[in-house]
Design a binder for this molecule. Sequence first.
Ligand SMILES: C[S@@+](CC[C@H](N)C(=O)[O-])C[C@H]1O[C@@H](n2cnc3c(N)ncnc32)[C@H](O)[C@@H]1O
Length: 213
Amino acid sequence: MHFLPESIDNYAVEHSQKEPAILKELTRETWQKVLNPRMLSGAFQGRVLSMISKLIQPKRILEIGTYTGYSALCLAEGLRNDGLLLTIDKNEELEELQTKYFEKSEYKDQIKQYVGNAIEIIPQIEERFDMVFIDADKSNYLNYFELIIGKMNSGGIILSDNVLWSGKVVEELNPKDTDTKVLLEYNRLLNEDNRLETVLLPIRDGLTISRVK
Ligand SMILES: C[S@@+](CC[C@H](N)C(=O)[O-])C[C@H]1O[C@@H](n2cnc3c(N)ncnc32)[C@H](O)[C@@H]1O
């Protein structure tokens, strides 16, 4: 969904860094072979993720929701030389494609894949993080937050995707719509939690940056 007029969206894309060739190739293959290719972060958001990561220069990144690996490769661009990105996805059918592109990339030794339910995997990871990207099932966003907040380093960044949920967060709530209900609660929590400083950016489907104090 475009929240800005398409001409403004296009202008922003035209005046931003271009997508690296490997990500174009991954996008093409995802659209050819994988269900729901719209789940990809996409060129513009990918450059935003890359830029944020380069500004933070994280040593440890956790990604919840790898899909075909697009956003993982964008975030990895900012890793320190000794840094590591850990990425989790429950869909085992995606692992082969993820591995293909991670291996092709210059970050092949800096990405660790986990296949399984993030709710079960995160408690088993004994790391502290400088950056976390939450981009999996919306109904678990609050649970993901509770699982990661104690693992964040001071000054660390939590990025949350799809927080505007195609605009549903400002429409009348359908009581059966659990995802929107959770996202409303999640957005409120990120804004009110004293441990965080938060800005919700209305780019693409909404991307929140929360800095842990
Ligand atoms: C929107 S896609 C991620 C897109 C990816 N971050 C990108 O920008 O290219 C969401 C992914 O979360 C995964 N997912 C959903 N629920 C999950 C869970 N409980 N544990 C781990 N992965 C999950 C799905 O299999 C899907 O691949």
